[in-house]
Design a protein around this ligand. Sequence first.
Ligand code: GLN
Length: 250
Amino acid sequence: MERLLVGHLFPDYLNIYADRGNIAVLSARAAWRGYELDVRALGAGAEIHPREHDLFYVGGGQDREQALIAPALAALAPALHEAFEGGAAFLAVCGGYQLLGRFYRDQSGAEQPGVGLLPLHTVAGSRRMIGDVLLECELEPGVRRTLAGFENHAGRTILDEGAEPLGRVVSGFGNDGESGHEGCRVGRAIGTYLHGPLLPRNPWLADWLLAQAIAHRTGTVPKLAPLADELEQQAHAVSARRAETRGGRF
Ligand code: GLN
């Protein structure tokens, strides 16, 4: 079995809503295609060698947990930028998404430093944006797909001029409740507010990430064999319907 190395950044602090479950989905879908996912935790002072990791994952956390690890995560910025330039893939969720940007100004007004990999910054607002979300994404030109998930954040994320969002909000709040954009995508790096069972109910995104990680290792984006995703499609449909009826709006 070909091995893929995943760097899970600060898993003990950033794992709200069981964001760790995304890794379980990636591992299973990789194994079914003949790849073994070797997942290693990366914390403060971690040594990250160039071209070593194929994928980096950061989950979500509350302001308190974010504040505890933000400086240590930001200290890894040079190595993470080098890995990104070398073609490694990234998935960052909620608090992790905010910290892959330039900074997060939290409720107290304190500024948490970010990695600066994604072209954005985040400022906490007074109202939380909570609810089911449905997005329309076009990661490859001409191929439109939907992402369904759940958001819960006070941070308003502002993308830099010209930055590419992950998707267009069909239902829900998204980055800031008004731009109509959700998440951010730069090459093989994706940041999003969609939590918890993001990959379990959006298997196409799991496979997209897996393909990018494999491309980092082998040099070519593979065509992954399709899987029987009936349950996953049902989960997606339930979640999408919920977003349409209960998605947040100001
Ligand atoms: N602390 C961030 C916010 O509330 C992220 C929260 C989270 O990860 N759920 O905006």
